[in-house]
Ligand binder design. Structure first.
Ligand code: HEM
Length: 201
């Protein structure tokens, strides 16, 4: 009996460890890519409670990603970023209410981790909490979203309309990926449970 409880606890522990992806990739889920054309791609993953995305586009102007409940621009939570001719990177957390230039969020909740431009290609990596708590940012843990893509081939002026735009055919959901600390706490709980079972509670 004791051996089998220990065995079950050990297998449970290993399963939880592998399910969390912790053995190989720390705290992140798998990569997903949305590439509506060869000129634009977004590769993203969820790490703990954050969305981490890398966008690459054939553009020297602004490049954007959006989350929306439908495939249309009005009502889209966007991040627009790029690199100026003087090599300065910029990023703006904004919301598109209409088919007009998106309105900057009073609270800026997206972090540009890196950005570069070379040979006419802009690429950047950004992160934000799945749920920033800002009413101008969708809570990405709450249901399914379309991903919207847009870029301006040559202009960094965020009021100049895109030269390319697209909305995903599929919707995406973004579940938090637990930190190893949470997994360790779960394992500790399993250990306690096994101990109690052994002692007959
Ligand atoms: C200066 C900023 C922007 C302006 C002035 C603008 C304006 C417009 C206009 C006039 C249209 C309708 C005509 C067309 O298809 O081109 C449109 C469509 C669209 N825009 Fe934008 N846009 C801007 C930024 C963005 C951003 C940042 C995104 C998403 C990340 C986006 C996504 C879309 C999409 C997916 C469509 C096609 C679907 C629809 O008609 O709603 N736009 N935009």
């Amino acid at each position: 009996m004791r051996t089998s409880i220990r065995r079950v606890a050990a297998w449970g522990a290993m399963a939880a460890w592998f399910a969390s992806g912790s053995a190989m990739s720390a705290t992140c889920g798998p990569d997903t890519t949305y590439a509506p054309t060869s000129d634009y791609s977004l590769t993203f993953r969820v790490c703990d409670n954050s969305f981490v995305g890398t966008v690459t586009a054939r553009a020297t102007g602004w490049v954007a990603v959006g989350f929306s409940r439908d495939q249309f621009m009005p009502g889209t939570d966007v991040f627009m970023a790029g690199v100026l001719p003087n090599a300065t990177a910029y990023g703006l957390d904004a919301f598109a209410f209409l088919r007009n230039p998106p309105v900057p969020d009073p609270s800026q909740d997206v972090t540009l981790l890196s950005a570069g431009e070379s040979n006419g290609i802009t690429s950047y990596t950004f992160t934000r909490l799945l749920n920033t708590g800002d009413s101008r940012d969708f809570d990405l843990t709450d249901g399914a979203y379309y991903i919207l893509a847009a870029f301006q081939s040559t202009s960094d002026d965020l009021t100049v309309r895109h030269s390319f735009s697209d909305a995903s055919e599929l919707t995406y959901t973004f579940a938090p990926v637990p930190e190893p600390a949470s997994v360790l706490m779960m394992l500790a709980g399993l250990g306690l449970l096994a101990g109690r079972l052994r002692r007959g509670f």
